[in-house]
Design a protein around this ligand. Structure first.
Ligand SMILES: C[S@@+](CC[C@H](N)C(=O)[O-])C[C@H]1O[C@@H](n2cnc3c(N)ncnc32)[C@H](O)[C@@H]1O
Length: 293
């Protein structure tokens, strides 16, 4: 009851604030939560680093827009940094929940990093070697010019990556497999497996809940029945970013995703947000077995 009163009081204070102040508080809060968490987990290794600039609209256009009208929201500092801090925090807590020893992480790869919304925040942890890869050369050029301390590389739409085998303790791919056409999904999973060190973790987001709203009822039915839908840049219901980037939006059943990813990796966790009205993409956490054949 007391909690409820406190929550109600908090939300009335917040809604009475001017939007810029509320947004600033939001981003500061997300930053504070992340920094507090990493100070606890990486004792003595946290040296706050400026977050850098919000990525320019020409790149946001290729990375984050379901509709052209979403630009106003997506380029807000609070949205861009707030979601980046929150996701960096979520990746670490999710790994910890699966028993990972965070202090032992050394090499981290953000696969499909775009303009580094997330990996830039891991620069606050000393001793991590950070890598970002993307098939679009434009954000990679911007990242190199604006975000020191991270090794950024461009890759082709098809494997391979230009890293040696068994390199990374953690690889994450956020909203990337939702844009990889079906014919390249397995080759990419195999490639991420190759560059992952045995015992390393893969965190991926995949098709989920409210993104299905993009499909027609008929298409949704196909996916519900275990089928697949691939929208290319010419499809009328492709996302705005997919049209700009000439990419793909892909939808498939969670069962198919489970099978694809667990062919080689050990599947540790697969969310099911389907009961939530605001369900976002689902998340998978996988591990490369320590003893590989
Ligand atoms: C929706 S954006 C997400 C960007 C970033 N992960 C984030 O969460 O802010 C998808 C990104 O995946 C990249 N991408 C798509 N296919 C890729 C591939 N085969 N290899 C590397 N990057 C890819 C796109 O260029 C784009 O930057």
């Amino acid at each position: 009851m007391t909690m409820q009163i406190v929550q109600t009081a908090k939300s009335s204070i917040l809604s009475a604030m001017p939007a810029p102040l509320r947004n600033e508080l939001f981003v500061r809060y997300k930053e504070h939560q992340f920094l507090r968490y990493i100070r606890e987990k990486f004792a003595g290794r946290v040296k706050p680093v400026p977050s850098g600039m919000v990525t320019p609209p020409s790149l946001i256009e290729t990375e984050a827009l379901m509709h052209a009208e979403d630009m106003g929201e997506k380029q807000q500092r609070s949205q861009y940094f707030g979601s980046g801090f929150a996701m960096a925090h979520t990746i670490l807590t999710a790994l910890e929940e699966q028993g990972a020893d965070l202090a032992k992480l050394q090499r981290v790869l953000d696969f499909g990093c775009g303009s580094a919304r997330v990996i830039r925040h891991f620069r606050n942890i000393e001793g991590l070697e950070l890598f970002g890869a993307d098939a679009n050369p434009e954000p990679i050029a911007w990242d190199r010019a604006n975000l020191p301390g991270i090794n950024f590389r461009h890759n082709e739409l098809e494997p391979p990556l230009s890293y040696d085998s068994d390199q990374f303790d953690l690889i994450y791919a956020l909203s990337v497999f939702t844009h990889i056409p079906f014919k390249w999904q397995k080759p990419w999973i195999d490639e991420l497996y190759r560059v992952m060190r045995p015992g390393g973790y893969l965190f991926c987001t995949v098709t989920g809940g409210n993104y299905m709203g993009q499909l027609t009822e008929e298409e949704r039915e196909i996916v519900r029945n275990g089928g697949r839908i691939e929208l290319d840049a010419d499809s009328s219901n492709a996302s705005y970013s997919t049209k700009v980037l000439k990419s793909w939006d892909v939808f498939q059943s969670l069962e198919e995703i489970r099978q694809l990813f667990s062919e080689r990796f050990e599947l540790l966790h697969f969310t099911d947000f389907s009961h939530l009205e605001t369900a976002g993409q689902e998340r998978l956490i996988l591990r490369k077995p320590t003893h590989t054949n």
